[in-house]
Every structure is written in structure tokens, then in C-alpha cells.
Design a protein around this ligand. Structure first.
Ligand SMILES: NC(=O)c1ccc[n+]([C@@H]2O[C@H](COP(=O)([O-])OP(=O)(O)OC[C@H]3O[C@@H](n4cnc5c(N)ncnc54)[C@H](O)[C@@H]3O)[C@@H](O)[C@H]2O)c1
Length: 347
């Protein structure tokens, strides 16, 4: 089998902890070179993954002709310039979320890749969660009926740290909504196929006083009229962080716990109803109808890298594309605007 040859740009948290181990589980790719401005980090990761080269500049990595694709996992403020260079060097690009500091930058990134004729994928790895794929299939097959409400909660503990790019709005584009909320926005769009038409939001700093919000909530009206609610927190201890994704429809609901995560897993409860046509003044809850959905789990990052590799080889595969990344950022832009202007924003 032909192996897709990859270069890694940025050897920090997510690359080292998740993507590279995920890539190493795959037989269909090879990591040829790694690069980080911190050369020690690049060298350490090179040893871990058996790459041929470690570099401290992007130019050196992009000169390696055999590299077909790069995975960019650097702070958000670096993305645009790195995409310009990688696309010019004719490398396909799997870029970590969010694409850019805002939707305008995300659009620019898309245009650059289109102009250079390279593929651009967005690091929305949660799309590969087995339960999210199952949920999408159920909704597409009409099992939940018409979607009337969608909710997602995603939290973690992110205390103040010195020189932390994610806690500086100019370097990250935003806080909890930008970092966590963007996955929630994307997953609701992915599983329901619905986009928001109207957005309003709250965000602020309750526990941590850094330069981005430590929590945010977004309320959206989706294109079919359904209401959607997202809350994202940097101020809930990891041990108490239970992620939730709930989709309610006219025929039932799906409740997923801990599927918004860097690992495939969690729990999925499906409750279906056959009595929505008649009115029941007792509003009886038939909890015994709850069905636990079982699936086989895998590695989100292996699947993400393999799908992008298949697309590079010309296969018609589903992966998160530029427009998906731009859509999610239009929503975060609208949420921040809503907070500033204290009003609903049309998207
Ligand atoms: N999809 C996910 O699961 C997920 C999870 C976490 C982070 N992310 C995204 O991944 C990206 C990186 O986040 P992180 O948490 O790994 O950050 P990080 O700070 O842990 O690591 C970033 C790395 O990039 C390096 N770096 C900084 N400037 C660079 C440059 N100009 N060129 C090359 N390397 C440079 C740093 O030395 C560091 O090693 C962000 O876009 C973030 O939003 C995605």
C-alpha cells in the first residue's frame, strides 16, 4: 500500500500527545520530518516517531520533496503565514482548529489553498468519534424525527499560566468559545446538517482573569427553526468535567456523555417515542424505552490522518473542509460580536 508522507509543523501539546501517536497506529502513512521553533521539542518528537529529520524552521521542512502533506499544530496566530508557505511549496495541509484568528483569516487560508491547488483539512477530529458518526446516521435516517433542539456542554480546567498563547486574544482569537466551543459548533453542524441563522452569546471571566473568556454560552436559531445551546468552560475541574451532547427531535432524543473528547468513547442513550402525535396531559416519561447504543471505538487522530491521506490519493472521502472551519468561525465571530453589542447577530 502506498504510504502518504507527512511533515509535522509544531511538536507541542496536541501533536505530541495525540496526533503523532495516532499516526503511528496507521500503516498508510509515514512521518518523514518534524519541525518546531523549539528545536529540542522537534528532536525529542523525531526520536519518538522515528522521523528522518528534525528542523527548527518551516523552510527546511518544506524543502523535503517527498513530503506530500503537512499537519500544522502551532498556536493559532502562526497558522496563516505557515499555510501561505506550505501551500506555495505544494504540500496538502491538515490544519488544527481553529483555522485562523477569525473567519476572515479562515477565508484567506481557504483562498490560498485553492489558488495553490492543495487540499485543506480542518482538525475537527471529533467528527470521527464512533458515537458522533452513529448519531449522524440516525438523524439522517429520520430516527429522531425533525430536530427541534440541540445542546452541547464541554468543559475543562485551564488556569492562568505565564506566556500562554491561548490566554492572549491576539494570539488565540478567543478563549473557551474559540477553543472548546468551536468543536461543539462543528459537531452540531456535522450531525444535524443544520447551520445557525441567528446567534447571541454571553462570555466573561468569572474565575480566571486572563485576556480571553474563561466561559461562554451561545444560543442559536438553526435554519429549520430548532434552538441550539452551547456552553464552554475553562473553569470546571477536569475531574468534574462531563461533556454532553443532546439532540431532541419530534420522535425522540439522543443523549451522549463524554463523547466531546480527545478520545473515542463515552456513553450514548437513545430514547424513541411513538406517541408524539397525541397529547398526554400526564406527560408520562417512559424511561424504560431508553436504549444504550454500542459501537466499536478507535483512535480519532488515526482516522483523521488516514481520511485526509485517502483524500490526497484522490478518494472521495468525507473530511472536515475549509468551509466547515469557516462556518464554525463565523459563529464564534458572531458570538463575540453579540457580547460586545448586546444583541442578536444574523449569520
Ligand atoms: N483538535 C484537538 O484535539 C486540539 C487539541 C488541542 C489543541 N489543538 C489546536 O492545535 C494547535 C496547537 O495547540 P497545542 O495545544 O498543541 O499548543 P502548544 O502550545 O502545546 O504547542 C504548540 C507548539 O508549536 C510550537 N511553535 C510555536 N510557534 C511555532 C512556529 N512559528 N513554528 C513551529 N512551531 C511553533 C511551540 O514551540 C509548541 O511546541 C492550536 O491550533 C490548537 O487550537 C487542537
Amino acid at each position: 500500500m502506498k504510504k502518504v508522507k507527512w511533515g509535522i509543523i509544531g511538536c507541542g501539546g496536541i501533536a505530541d500527545r495525540r496526533m503523532i501517536p495516532g499516526m503511528l497506529e496507521s500503516d498508510s502513512l509515514e512521518i518523514v520530518a518534524v519541525m518546531d521553533t523549539n528545536f529540542d521539542a522537534a528532536n525529542r518528537v523525531k526520536e519518538k516517531c522515528g522521523a528522518k529529520y528534525a528542523f527548527s524552521t518551516i523552510e527546511e521542512l518544506l524543502e523535503i520533496a517527498e513530503i506530500e502533506a503537512v499537519y500544522i499544530a502551532t498556536p493559532v496566530f502562526c497558522h496563516l503565514e505557515q499555510v501561505k508557505k506550505a501551500a506555495k511549496a505544494q504540500k496538502h495541509i491538515l490544519l488544527e482548529k481553529p483555522l485562523g484568528l477569525n473567519s476572515a483569516e479562515a477565508e484567506e487560508i481557504k483562498n490560498i489553498c485553492e489558488k495553490e491547488g492543495v487540499l485543506l483539512g480542518v482538525g475537527f477530529m471529533m467528527r470521527y468519534a464512533s458515537y458522533h458518526q452513529k448519531l449522524k446516521e440516525l438523524i439522517e435516517n429520520g430516527v429522531l424525527g425533525e430536530v427541534v433542539s440541540a445542546r452541547a456542554q464541554f468543559t475543562c480546567w485551564y488556569p492562568e499560566m505565564e506566556n500562554c498563547w491561548r490566554q492572549n486574544k491576539e494570539l488565540s482569537g478567543g478563549g473557551a468559545l474559540m477553543d472548546l466551543g468551536i468543536h461543539q459548533i462543528d459537531i452540531i453542524h456535522y450531525v444535524t446538517g443544520l447551520k445557525a441563522k441567528e446567534v447571541c452569546a454571553f462570555c466573561g471571566n468569572q474565575i480566571f482573569k486572563y485576556g480571553v473568556e474563561d466561559a461562554g454560552s451561545i444560543l442559536m436559531r438553526l435554519s429549520n427553526g430548532a434552538m441550539c445551546y452551547i456552553d464552554s468552560n475553562f473553569n470546571v475541574p477536569d475531574s468534574a468535567s462531563v461533556s454532553k451532547l443532546e439532540i431532541y427531535g419530534t420522535k425522540g432524543c439522543a443523549c451522549l456523555y463524554n463523547t466531546l473528547s480527545q478520545e473515542d468513547g463515552g456513553k450514548f442513550e437513545l430514547i424513541l417515542s411513538d406517541d408524539s402525535a397525541s397529547y398526554d396531559a400526564m406527560q408520562e416519561r417512559k424511561a424504560e424505552k431508553t436504549e444504550k447504543i454500542e459501537v466499536e471505538f478507535g483512535n480519532l487522530y488515526t482516522k483523521e490522518a488516514e481520511s485526509f491521506g485517502l483524500a490526497i490519493m484522490g478518494n472521495n472521502v468525507n473530511f472536515a473542509k475549509a468551509d466547515d472551519g469557516i462556518y464554525a468561525q463565523k459563529i464564534t465571530d458572531a458570538a463575540y460580536k453579540s457580547v460586545l453589542e448586546k444583541r442578536f447577530i444574523e449569520v
